[in-house]
Design a protein around this ligand. Structure first.
Ligand code: AMP
Length: 310
């Protein structure tokens, strides 16, 4: 097996092999910083594993911009709601490590649940304003879970830059705001969503789709495109007009069991807006149930694209 345990790692050995090193504890990660990374730049990609090409695109970007790259694989229990099955989330650690090795990632931080959450924890990060946004209403406690785990990971991994996918746009906006509000040193880089040729955004959850559902699943992207196309340069577009354009397309597909939400929000705070111009920009996002599978996706309207992606 190509993986190397960092307990046996010395600086010279790392430099000569440059293989993927699996780190299991906070202390090991701190040792790596002290002995190997030192003042070099470190790019970091937090993930829940079940890696696909969308994740690897983030690793490739980090590789180009940093001397070292670390990913984390941790299925974070605090961001799953009661109805969501945490235990069923796809786990494939060996295969993930093979992909990371291929992508020339240097470190993977893969702690146990016990390593990350002690029983006597008193503090968490509460992004209170996010409780009232669409994704926050649909999944109570989700954003507290995300903000807290990312804050903890930033403190442990201490990266120079951290990379996130536009696919989870509210998470990107939240993390940018957390970094600003709490004066964190890390730079947040947001990369465009990677899609299948038919438009479906790559996601670990796509594995749950049946063959028939998979064929229909690009409906979400098509619907969002229709909403985005409802906005024209120099015009003020009413949110209801955009929402209706999205709904009209979704309703053509009998596989769509439920529309959880369609959101037209500001790209700075994810607060719903009544009107959109291409000059101010906005985020158009939606969550649907296709069969039993929850799909989310979003498109950036107008100048939001230039403001969000870097
Ligand atoms: P996850 O493992 O689902 O928590 O995702 C880890 C990171 O990969 C997050 O920043 C996601 O936004 C990003 N990501 C997931 N899917 C995609 C995709 N299709 N394109 C780009 N980034 C993605």
């Amino acid at each position: 097996m190509f993986l190397v345990n960092v307990n046996r790692l010395v600086c010279g050995a790392f430099q000569s092999t440059r293989r993927l090193h699996v780190i299991r504890t906070v202390q090991e990660m701190r040792n790596i910083h002290k002995e190997i990374i030192k003042s070099s730049s470190l790019g970091f990609i937090p993930t829940m594993g079940a890696l696909h090409s969308g994740h690897i695109m983030l690793m490739d970007r980090a590789k180009k911009e940093n001397e070292y790259v670390a990913a984390s694989i941790f299925v974070n229990p605090t961001q799953f709601s009661a109805g969501e099955d945490l235990d069923k989330y796809p786990r494939q650690f060996e295969a993930d490590c093979a992909r990371l090795q291929e992508a020339k990632v240097d470190f993977v931080f893969a702690p146990t649940r016990e390593e990350m959450y002690k029983n006597n924890a008193l503090c968490h990060v509460e992004p209170f304003a996010f409780k009232s946004i669409m994704e926050g209403k649909a999944r109570p406690e989700f954003f507290r879970g995300v903000a807290t785990i990312v804050c903890k990971l930033f403190n442990i991994v201490d990266p120079t830059k951290s990379y996130f996918g536009q696919k989870d746009i509210s998470q990107c906006i939240l993390i940018r705001k957390m970094v600003e509000d709490l004066n964190m040193k890390v730079s947040v880089v947001v990369c465009e969503t990677m899609r299948e040729p038919d438009g479906l955004a790559l996601s670990s959850r796509n594995a749950y789709l049946s063959e028939l559902e998979r064929k229909q699943s690009c409906i979400l992207y098509k619907a969002l495109e229709a909403g985005k196309n409802a906005c024209r340069r120099g015009e003020l577009t009413d949110r209801n007009h955009i929402v209706k354009a999205v709904e009209d397309v979704l309703q053509t597909c009998s596989f769509v069991n439920r529309i959880e939400y369609i959101s037209v929000a500001s790209h700075t705070h994810m607060i719903e807006v009544d009107t959109v111009t291409l000059e101010t920009g906005a985020v158009l996002s939606a969550a649907i149930r296709l069969g039993n599978v929850r799909l989310i996706d979003n498109l950036l309207i107008g100048n939001a694209e230039a403001d969000i992606l870097n």
